[in-house]
Design a protein around this ligand. Structure first.
Ligand code: ZN
Length: 172
């Protein structure tokens, strides 16, 4: 009887260890790859990716108001949700809008676009890039090519968030 109990405990330990291993394997381990983009014409083909990281919290705030890159750079924008609230209550994304977009018009269209994670399909061609929508504890990212020199607005398009959760994406 004792033997069976020991066997059972060991079996549980193995199962647990395997479960943990599976988890750590699937975690998104990020190797920061910050590299300066040189001013050569073929920067697109072989140069490193510029990594930008921004966080959003449960108080509806981004930790950065300005994101800056060079024109033509390949950009990896990572969003971390440092809060605990679920995506349906305190969802965050980062949407970079084109220069000519009326942010208020976009924000109200986004607020009713629940089916597409608050990305209004009528405005799809007015968006430079956007990350998936995430909840507390999650991280996501999007990779894109920086647009032409200028000042763009980024927001979180979750309903009611864009008034507070917005900043400037500068391409120089
Ligand atoms: Zn948000």
């Amino acid at each position: 009887m004792k033997r069976i109990a020991i066997f059972f405990i060991m079996h549980c330990a193995v199962v647990l260890a395997l479960a943990c291993k599976g988890k750590s394997d699937s975690a998104d381990i990020e190797v920061p790859k910050k590299k300066l983009v040189t001013k050569t014409d073929d920067a697109k083909t072989d140069e490193g990716t510029v990594s930008l990281v921004i966080s959003g919290n449960d108080a509806m705030q981004f930790d950065k108001k300005v994101l800056k890159v060079k024109a033509g750079a390949k950009v990896k924008l990572t969003l971390r949700h440092t809060g605990r609230m679920p995506v349906n209550v305190m969802g965050h994304n980062v949407v970079i809008l084109n220069k000519d977009v009326n942010v208020n018009a976009f924000g109200s269209a986004a607020s009713v676009a629940k089916a597409t994670d608050y990305i209004p399909q009528d405005f799809k061609d007015k968006i430079i890039a956007y990350t998936p929508l995430i909840g507390g504890g999650q991280t996501t990212s999007v990779t894109f090519e920086a647009p032409e020199v200028g000042t763009y607005t980024f927001i979180c398009s979750f309903p009611g968030h864009y008034a507070l959760m917005r900043g400037t994406f500068t391409v120089e």
